[in-house]
Every structure is written in structure tokens, then in C-alpha cells.
Design a protein around this ligand. Structure first.
Ligand SMILES: [Fe+2]
Length: 191
């Protein structure tokens, strides 16, 4: 029987043929760049894993279940979930709670940084500004104060900064196979 690691590796391999939202890189290139940035900055294993898989809800979950790829105003299925929530739910049985938190938080981290860092919004790509609105828009001050009390929030912001940077066309990274042992460590069975 295929393990969850097999499923993820297959989905990530296929994501090399999928554009990352409105960006000019593929979903796989984006994931690999994000993981590489975390590893290069000395991120721990859980952080690197979270960076590698932060968009797993885009490419390893049936797209009928995802709502945030729809244009604003498009009808949404009532059970549709946002990609960060779908991804977090998918990996939750396999990974430490912190990894799940970081995957789930990566859209809110953008909403937070738009409220807390005056120059941040202007650094976002047009595609990321577009999805910001679909993800709930800029946080209110009260909301920002509340989320920042979460113990892993600083890690969520680090992931978010790498997520934003991991969109460079043609940037060299190590291949997906580099992360095979890491994926097989956490996703060794098929729950
Ligand atoms: Fe991303």
C-alpha cells in the first residue's frame, strides 16, 4: 500500500506542471524555494517541513474542496475550505502540532503583516495582493494583537516571509528527492 509520503511525493511531482497561483513559478518550484530558504536560515526540521508543505492544500487536495482559488464574487460551495485549512487538515494526523499550525497560519500571517508592518503590503506580488482580499483582507488591530499572543506566531511570520520570497523564476534549488527522507520520516504510513 502506498504511504502518505508516496502520495505527497506524487502530488508534489505533478505540481511541477502547475503554475503557483498568478506567480511565474510552478507550485513545486515555490515549495522547494521556500524549504530551501528555511533550511538556509537555520530553520529546524519542523520549520523546513512546514515550509515545504505550506501549500499542500493547493496540490494534494481535490480542488472542488478548495474555495480560495475562485475569483471574488464567484459562488462558493458551502463546504469549501481555504487551501491553508485543507492542507493543515490533511497533514495534521502525521506531523507535530506546530507544523500544522504553521501551515494553517500562513494566510493569516500575511493578513497580520499587512496590519503590523507598514511597508509589507507593497512588497507583495500582485497575485498575493489579490488573494489577500479572498483570505479576509488586512487584519484589524484587535485581531492582530490577538493572534500575536500565539506561541508559534513568530515562526508563522518567518514562514510567511520565506513564502513571499520563494517566487523567483529559475532559482536553483535542490530537487524534491532531497526531502524524501524528511517526508518519509513523518508520513510513513497511510492513515
Ligand atoms: Fe506559498
Amino acid at each position: 500500500m502506498n504511504t502518505m509520503a508516496d502520495r505527497l511525493i506524487e502530488a508534489m511531482t505533478k505540481s511541477a506542471a502547475r503554475q503557483y497561483g498568478k506567480e511565474r513559478v510552478t507550485e513545486l518550484a515555490h515549495a522547494l524555494q521556500c524549504a530551501e530558504l528555511a533550511a538556509g536560515a537555520g530553520g529546524d526540521e519542523e520549520m523546513v517541513l512546514a515550509c515545504l508543505l505550506h501549500d499542500v492544500g493547493r496540490y494534494a487536495v481535490a480542488q472542488e474542496e478548495i474555495s480560495d482559488t475562485l475569483e471574488a464574487g464567484a459562488p462558493r460551495a458551502t463546504k469549501a475550505r481555504r487551501h491553508h485549512e485543507a492542507g493543515a487538515d490533511l497533514i495534521a494526523p502525521y506531523v507535530p502540532e506546530r507544523v500544522t499550525f504553521l501551515v494553517r497560519a500562513h494566510a493569516d500571517a500575511k493578513r497580520y503583516l499587512c496590519a503590523a508592518d507598514p511597508g509589507y503590503y507593497d512588497t507583495l506580488s500582485p497575485g498575493s495582493k489579490h488573494t489577500l482580499a479572498l483570505q479576509g483582507g488586512i487584519m484589524t488591530a484587535d485581531e492582530a494583537v490577538s493572534v500575536a499572543t500565539q506561541p508559534w506566531w513568530p515562526d508563522a511570520l518567518r514562514l510567511r516571509r520565506w513564502d513571499d520570497e520563494a517566487k523567483i523564476v529559475g532559482k536553483a534549488t535542490r530537487p524534491l528527492s532531497t526531502w524524501g527522507p524528511l517526508l518519509r520520516k513523518y508520513f510513513a504510513d497511510s492513515r
